[in-house]
Design a protein around this ligand. Structure first.
Ligand code: AMP
Length: 222
């Protein structure tokens, strides 16, 4: 399966993609994580991306298209993967289609996680992440708080807020989502690979709907 998660920030794409990775073993490719790593490593792509990311704006398409164009042809992605955060506009979606048609490996499923803007804002601005990159645990100050204030339950590192999870950057990111990413819903609907999943519920309920859309239970029963 070659799966793409669509949905606004705060819809739980990252959480659900991790769950799906745990269940299926498919590699999870998050454009946000790859970009944050490039920024931390100080690569040329990271240096270009940094200012856009801090402002909550989209990083130029060529950076993302090169990033995924290098990775997806690698043997470790031959057996499928989970894309999260890329593509995020029509130009990126078309570039991905060209790449995947060269590889003869089109996307098989697009999962559109839908959520109300108010819920998305609350989820993003309350999110806290573990500062230890190899841990990466995600908390929420209201719905999934750590046992001890601002300390990761799993590894004891300090929790932090992403610089683009401030209310101003979140509003900007949601606006961009509606303007630029939402048109991908009809793009993939026309290809008959779109599944809509209501993501206003808790993570377990949402994952059950995803498993149903992907027919995972039937697969593992075979
Ligand atoms: P995310 O973790 O998915 O919210 O991404 C964090 C930030 O990385 C976004 O606000 C953008 O600045 C940048 N970014 C991630 N994916 C893309 C993409 N496909 N195109 C452009 N910018 C992106």
């Amino acid at each position: 399966m070659r799966i793409l998660f669509l949905g606004p920030q705060g819809s739980g794409k990252g959480t659900q993609a991790k769950k799906l990775h745990d269940k299926t073993g498919l590699p999870h490719l998050s454009s946000g994580d790859l970009l944050r790593q490039a920024v931390a490593d100080g690569t040329p792509a990271g240096k270009r991306a940094k200012q856009y990311m801090e402002a909550g704006k989209l990083v130029p398409d060529d950076v993302l298209i090169a990033m995924f164009g290098e990775r997806l042809p690698k043997p470790e992605y031959n057996g499928g993967y989970i894309l999260d955060g890329f593509p995020r506009n029509l130009a990126q979606a078309k570039a991905l289609d060209v790449l995947l048609s060269h590889l003869n490996q089109p996307l098989t499923h697009v999962l559109n996680l839908t959520i109300d803007d108010g819920v998305a804002m609350e989820r993003m601005t309350g999110r806290r992440i573990c500062s230890n990159k190899s841990c990466g645990a995600i908390y929420h100050i209201k719905t999934a708080p750590p046992k001890h204030d601002a300390i990761c339950d799993l590894c004891g590192s300090v929790l932090m807020q992403r610089s683009d999870d401030t209310p101003e950057a979140c509003r900007e990111r949601l606006k961009i989502y509606h303007d630029e990413t939402e048109p991908l819903v009809s793009y993939y609907q026309a290809k008959h690979i779109l599944h809509v999943v209501d993501a206003n519920a808790d993570p377990e309920t949402v994952f059950a709907k995803i498993a149903e859309a992907l027919k995972l239970e039937k697969m593992s029963a075979k």
